[in-house]
Design a protein. Structure first.
Length: 445
């Protein structure tokens, strides 16, 4: 007999609370109902798995146990060919093709690009008396994607892509996903019509870039996808390439930027952390090699702790395609099931003093994929996870090597929802920059 766990009542009320104050809502539910609870959402029942044991139940289930969550609502927003939408053999086939460019030597080839972009963007920000960390890191992340992933180098074309991407992501609101009845054109008016116009504009730019990649392939990820072949020798369609890169934009643009903003904020609220981090970075010299930065253990721990304390998404949902046992509960087909990253990352048995920023915990022990999962897990772990961590460490290392930062808000920022499902620091972490190296002085001049 199917049995949903306990949880709050009222679909509209819980959907609203989850959309507007997700962190507070999830902590309150866990305190009231335990590690596993049901959230009755507007799009259906949604069971949160908030303990390592329940996460392991979900992550180790056979791949065909689940299908993607809310595909009808998301497909029109992220594309029907997007990896996040696909399931079964088609998902396995696409994932196999997409994974290699984001790992190993292919990924490391972009280290210099990441460092160069970071140095330039921080130097630009230093020219004003006040800057916002999140705006700097978003500009860096977007530049890296446009250059390393899309292969766009010309300044005018880079600017055109950047404007189109920002316009599209700004139009992608949480309401369009969680309230799918809003996905109507309404005679060219309304939020969905505005979103579609911006997607169409970006798609036109992409199609031009795909043709350029075919005519003159480069080392960028788009060129690799254009030349990639499935096991049967066929290639990806232009629409599939656009949908996959649009998904990567959504998953990768804000994710790294928000994590970097949190890391800068926490490092500068904890003098001991900042001092240890600077000592480690400074040991590499005034202009550290980016790949050596990415290998620094304490820098890695700082980045991991920022993602532990503030996961960019609170949960990674899927839908039971068949009856599924989660602990003592037998969930019926069609039930949403989500390993809850936020709750696992704040589990006091795993992370003593879970609200405290303490990077040393990642030097003291290794956590299993069911205990630490900022990029999800199982067969749906983010394919860009290694790329994002690599970029995060290089950008933070370049920033702290060259610049002194002063936070302009004494109060720690609270976590607020951005875009579709991501969370970031309210206010974006306002700060002031001052050069601490000759290279930074030259760049800012």
């Amino acid at each position: 007999m199917s049995q949903l766990p306990r949880g709050p009542q009222g679909r509209l009320l819980t959907t609203t609370q989850f959309l507007t104050r997700p962190t507070e809502f999830l902590f309150r539910c866990a305190a009231t109902y335990g590690d596993v609870f049901n959230v009755p959402m507007y799009t259906g029942d949604f069971v949160m798995a908030g303990s390592p044991a329940s996460v392991q139940d979900v992550m180790t289930a056979p791949p065909d146990t689940f299908v993607p969550y809310a595909t009808k609502a998301i497909a029109r927003l992220l594309g029907e060919h997007s990896l996040i939408i696909l399931s079964g053999e088609r998902h396995r086939r696409e994932r196999k093709l997409l994974t290699p460019p984001f790992h190993g030597d292919r990924m490391r080839a972009y280290a210099a690009t990441m460092a160069d972009v970071a140095a330039r963007r921080f130097a630009e920000a230093a020219r004003a008396p006040r800057a916002v960390a999140q705006e700097i890191t978003q500009a860096i992340s977007l530049d890296v994607i446009i250059r390393a992933v899309f292969g766009v180098e010309e300044p005018s074309r880079t600017s055109a892509f950047a404007r189109a991407v920002v316009a599209m992501t700004d139009a992608l609101t949480p309401a369009l996903t969680f309230l799918p009845f809003l996905q109507r054109e309404l005679g060219g008016f309304g939020p969905y019509a505005r979103f579609r116009r911006r997607v169409d504009h970006l798609e036109a730019l992409f199609r031009e870039q795909i043709e350029r990649a075919r005519a003159a392939p480069g080392d960028d990820i788009l060129s690799l996808l254009v030349s990639a072949r499935y096991d049967d020798g066929s290639s990806m369609s232009d629409q599939a390439i656009f949908d996959e890169l649009r998904m990567l934009l959504f998953a990768g643009h804000d994710t790294t930027a928000l994590a970097l903003a949190w890391a800068l904020d926490h490092a500068h609220r904890h003098p001991g952390v900042l001092a240890r981090l600077r000592d480690e970075i400074d040991a590499l010299g005034p202009e550290p090699d980016p790949e050596r930065l990415a290998a620094l253990p304490y820098l890695d721990a700082v980045c991991k702790e920022a993602l532990r304390l503030h996961p960019i998404v609170t949960e990674v949902p899927r839908v039971a395609a068949q009856p599924f046992r989660l602990g003592e509960h037998m969930l019926p087909p069609g039930t949403g099931v989500a390993p809850c990253i936020l709750l696992v990352h704040h589990h006091p048995e795993l992370y003593p003093e879970p609200s405290r920023f303490r990077p040393e915990r990642f030097l003291e022990r290794k956590h299993s994929p069911f205990e630490y999962l900022p990029f999800g897990g199982g067969n749906r772990r983010c394919i860009g996870a290694a790329f994002a961590m690599f970029e995060m460490k290089i950008v933070l290392g370049v920033a702290l090597s060259a610049w002194q930062f002063r936070l302009l808000d004494e109060r720690p920022p609270r976590s607020v929802r951005r875009n579709l499902v991501m969370l970031g620091p309210a206010g974006g972490v306002p700060l002031a920059l001052r050069a601490r190296s000759r290279s930074a002085l030259r760049a800012a001049a």
